[in-house]
Ligand binder design. Structure first.
Ligand SMILES: [Zn+2]
Length: 290
């Protein structure tokens, strides 16, 4: 397979989405497998061997409790994505099932079903290690907010150290344009304060640790406009993107996930914001009532 064909095939990975809920299971499995490939580990692996890391990864970066569905990407990556990037091995009684009938977790383990990048893709990665990084970067850009990129890379043990080389290697890839003024407009609208906790630390004249968050992830099609923005401190931004809390658009109140728990003072202080209104922006229409 040529480089462009491979990039195109990985770009075709779809994220299941319903309303604001997203399930990037396949992207996370691919990143996990890319990490293994980069480290020179066996490119084909039995499901039972990556069961636990895959579960942890999906639980951390997918919706709450999503790790219980980790068998879906392992199976469907081979059947749903055109271009043959993922292949499975195991007894025909399992592999020849219709596309829709996903084996259970137990079946995948008991029948020693193994999966990994197809032989073509493996050969391309071995020939051009920069391609691993290019695919990883495109998946991160397409499916996850920037606040999570470093954490995900660390979790799967992938290094993008030579990323600039990969970029200059010549591909047709272009990121969706970002509005460079978005951050400044959002921070100004919220008077340079975290709209959840009021954090407003400055170093000299410079605002520090304050970020403009997208209410709807940019990667989910959320636009760079103020009414899709919140000014959040780095901690609130990170846990917002991880799904620890949302802001109810009908009343601008903070709603923490029922799965979040914390016992020390900092955790308790964070959770005590549950149900409280965010600080209002100064400019009208930011954010707007639905
Ligand atoms: Zn905050």
């Amino acid at each position: 397979m040529r480089r462009t064909q491979i990039l195109h095939a990985f770009d075709g990975i779809r994220v299941w989405q319903q309303g604001d809920k997203r399930a990037p299971h396949k992207s996370l499995l691919v990143l996990l497998a890319l990490g293994r490939m980069q480290r020179g580990e066996s490119p084909v692996v039995e499901f039972s061997q990556i069961d636990t890391p895959l579960k942890n990864l999906i639980n951390e970066f997918g919706p709450s409790g999503a790790g219980q569905n980790r068998h879906f990407p392992f199976w469907h990556l081979a059947t749903d994505v055109d271009g043959g990037i993922w292949s499975l091995t195991g007894p025909p009684s399992i592999l020849q099932r219709p596309r829709g009938s996903t084996p259970t977790l137990t079946e995948l383990r008991q029948h020693h079903i193994a999966g990994g990048f197809s032989a073509d893709v493996q050969a391309a990665f071995q020939h051009d290690p920069g391609l691993i990084q290019e695919v990883a970067r495109r998946i991160l850009d397409a499916h996850f907010p920037e606040t999570l990129h470093t954490d995900i890379l660390e979790a799967v043990g992938l290094s993008l150290a030579d990323n600039n080389m990969a970029r200059s290697a010549g591909t047709e890839y272009k990121s969706r344009n970002r509005d460079p003024q978005f951050r400044e407009r959002v921070l100004r609208a919220y008077e340079y304060r975290c709209c959840v906790c009021g954090y407003d630390l400055r170093l000299g004249q410079q605002t520090i640790g304050l970020e403009a968050a997208h209410i709807k992830w940019f990667q989910a099609g959320g636009p760079d406009v103020e009414n899709n923005g919140l000014a959040l401190c780095a901690l609130h931004h990170k846990i917002f993107d991880l799904g620890a809390f949302t802001v109810d658009p009908s009343n601008f109140r903070v709603v923490f996930s029922q799965h979040v728990a914390g016992h020390n003072l900092t955790g308790q202080t964070l959770l005590s914001r549950h149900g409280s209104e965010i600080l209002p922006p100064t400019k009208s229409g930011v954010p707007t009532q639905p």
